[in-house]
Write a new protein. Structure first.
Lengths: 140, 203
């Protein structure tokens, strides 16, 4: 149970939350264990902790920095290798945001499947269209 | 006093007895995001189709990678503040929720500001507009469409902030924040793809 503060400053109890006495809210991001948070509809396991979110954010920043660095290596290493590395970084960043921030890692599989249908449909559909129009040969 | 026992899943939320056991709103958002993959896929494909086939101004002549990298970093950080806002409202910490949600909206505004600057620079310095060539058409439509999505997201975030300041957004409404967050993160993952495909992939 938790408190909801009305505009008048009164507190009322709301089911499904936590109770923090005034002034006793956790000071640090990592102080709240995941099992302490109320679960949302569709969650199978508790969401990550704020500390884990920050760690994922750090990884994303590092990957972006690597991505930009690699893009400046044009001429020093083959373009094919640059393209491969950029795609790996892109897919990793995409997967990290989807799994951790969009909670596909902890939510019911139905959401994962629904999103995967959209992504796969887009890749297949436009892959076929671009192949038909010989885009890959043009860029090679 | 801190209570560590979990409320059973869904106790505080009305799932209206759906067959999936999840709320229709969240399911609808995922369905919408799934369809958005096809929408953005179409515009990314159009950009790839005409890339390198344009006459006149070339992408490599106009892009400012350090600048766009900075705005991309800002948008990535907005995703982090968004999940921190969700975690805050879930634990009933409304003050921190408001801080994080405003930070997210400000990051989004900064990104849009950067995009406006970039568009203006392309037009003034390189005379690249929607009508100049195929690069201009496909680039401005793709990134502009993404910018419109970010702008809609900012309005959504600020409306949540407004509801919270009026005391009309409780812990039991966490799912509303999560759904807004799903939209915001989707806008972020789309930019991850656009940033790589449009700006970084060698010509």
């Amino acid at each position: 149970m938790t408190e909801r503060h009305t505009p008048a400053g009164d507190a009322e109890v709301v089911p499904g939350g936590l109770e923090f006495a005034p002034g006793e809210e956790p000071e640090h991001l990592g102080d709240v264990p995941p099992q302490a948070l109320p679960m949302l509809p569709g969650e199978v396991r508790p969401h990550p902790t704020p500390f884990q979110y920050v760690m994922v954010g750090v990884v994303l920043v590092v990957l972006t920095a690597l991505e930009v660095t690699v893009s400046y290596l044009t001429g020093d290493i083959p373009n094919g290798l640059i393209l491969l590395m950029l795609l790996v970084f892109m897919v990793t960043k995409f997967a990290l945001v989807a799994a951790w921030f969009m909670h596909l890692k902890t939510d019911r599989p139905i959401f994962r499947r629904m999103f995967a249908v959209g992504i796969v449909a887009a890749i297949v559909l436009y892959g076929v269209v671009l192949s038909t129009l010989h885009v890959w040969q043009h860029h090679a | 006093m801190q209570e560590t026992a979990l409320a059973p899943p869904h106790e505080a939320y009305d799932t209206h007895g759906t067959a999936t056991g999840v709320t229709n709103a969240k399911l609808a958002m995922w369905l919408f995001l799934s369809s958005e993959c096809l929408l953005f896929g179409a515009f990314i494909s159009a950009y790839l189709l005409y890339k390198g086939r344009t006459h006149g101004v070339k992408a490599s002549q106009v892009f400012d990678i350090p600048f766009t990298s900075t705005t991309s970093f800002i948008l990535l950080m907005s995703s982090l503040t968004m999940v921190l806002a969700l975690a805050a409202i879930q634990r009933g910490d409304h003050r921190r929720f408001r801080v994080w949600i405003v930070a997210t909206a400000l990051f989004g505004l900064t990104f849009i500001g950067g995009q406006v600057y970039e568009f203006t620079n392309f037009f003034r310095e390189h005379h690249l507009s929607l009508h100049t060539n195929l690069l201009g058409s496909t680039f401005f439509v793709l990134t502009g469409l993404h910018g419109v999505h970010v702008t809609a997201g900012i309005i959504w975030l600020l409306s949540l902030f407004g509801l919270s300041t009026q005391g009309r957004l409780s812990t039991a409404d966490s799912e509303k924040v999560e759904i807004a967050g799903l939209y915001w993160h989707f806008v972020d993952v789309v930019w991850i793809v656009i940033f790589t495909v449009v700006y970084l992939v060698p010509k």
